[in-house]
Ligand binder design. Structure first.
Ligand code: PEP
Length: 250
């Protein structure tokens, strides 16, 4: 039985004081949750948010990390610096990193491999653009992102890996994939794991949906057989919208 996993990506929002205030509200509201929960504040708020969310059993996440361990990489943040701050999970390959900052599958794979080697969990994001969906290319695109992103990753490391299926056209747009359409892609992802890894991999891998998840659509999404959780952007920025999403099964 896979544990439900809800993660919030705060992107480039919130000062330290604002982040701590939200973290305190979440920790208070989610103390007894049966679900796995994570929030990824901006880097500047990680050290302040970590202790605040610990009381609620919420994991500290990073929105990105460097592909190299250390060195002359101005402006980058390394996996060991993140671990120093108590970060347990790194979001890798978010569509904004792929499409706005031109991160390649090869770079994303370097980050995934480094994170896993260093004992960090990852949420690897995959998903198609609207043009790719309209061209009937969803499975090819998602399959390529999985194959490339997880290249070199062994079966034994899969318990550190979560997949987030995030159709690019649904992120921050208010458009959500129907639960049935999302579930079809999640089923494809599970099938890909069955073909690529040992037999229990497909059953155990957690696949989140992301793309305009809100309190009023989470229940319908979570009813689907292959949807195990959500990666939430906009609605994770306020306790009044993130708490009901995290508590979808109360
Ligand atoms: C995201 O940033 O991963 C995301 C899904 O954003 P939103 O929920 O705002 O669509």
């Amino acid at each position: 039985m896979r544990q439900s996993y809800v993660a919030g990506n705060w992107k480039m929002h919130k000062t330290i004081a604002e982040a701590v205030s939200l973290a305190n509200e979440l920790a208070e509201g989610l103390k007894r949750s049966p679900n796995k929960l994570m929030v990824a504040p901006p880097f500047t708020a990680l050290s302040a948010v970590g202790p605040a969310i610990a009381a609620g059993g919420i994991l500290l996440g990073a929105q990105n990390m460097a592909s190299e361990l250390e060195g002359a990489h101005t402006g980058e943040i390394s996996v060991r610096m993140l671990k120093d701050l108590g970060v347990r999970v790194a979001i890798i390959g978010h569509s904004e990193r792929r499409h706005v900052y031109n991160e390649s599958d090869e770079l994303i794979n370097q980050k995934v491999q480094l994170a896993l080697t260093e004992g960090m969990e990852v949420i690897l994001c995959v998903g198609e653009t609207l043009d790719e969906r309209e061209a009937g290319d969803v499975e090819r695109v998602v399959g390529t992102q999985l194959r490339a992103g997880l290249s070199g990753v062994e079966n034994v490391s899969l318990d550190q890996v979560t997949i987030a299926y995030e159709p690019v056209w649904a992120i921050g747009t208010g458009k959500t994939a129907t639960p049935e359409d999302a579930d079809a892609v999640h089923r494809y992802i599970r099938g890909w794991f069955a073909e690529t890894y040992e037999s229990d991999a497909a059953e155990n891998i957690i696949v989140q949906y992301g793309g305009s998840v809100k309190p009023d659509n989470i229940a319908a999404l979570m009813k689907m057989e292959n949807i195990d959780g959500a990666l939430v952007g906009g609605a994770s920025l306020k306790a009044e919208t993130f708490l009901p999403i995290c508590r979808f099964n109360d």
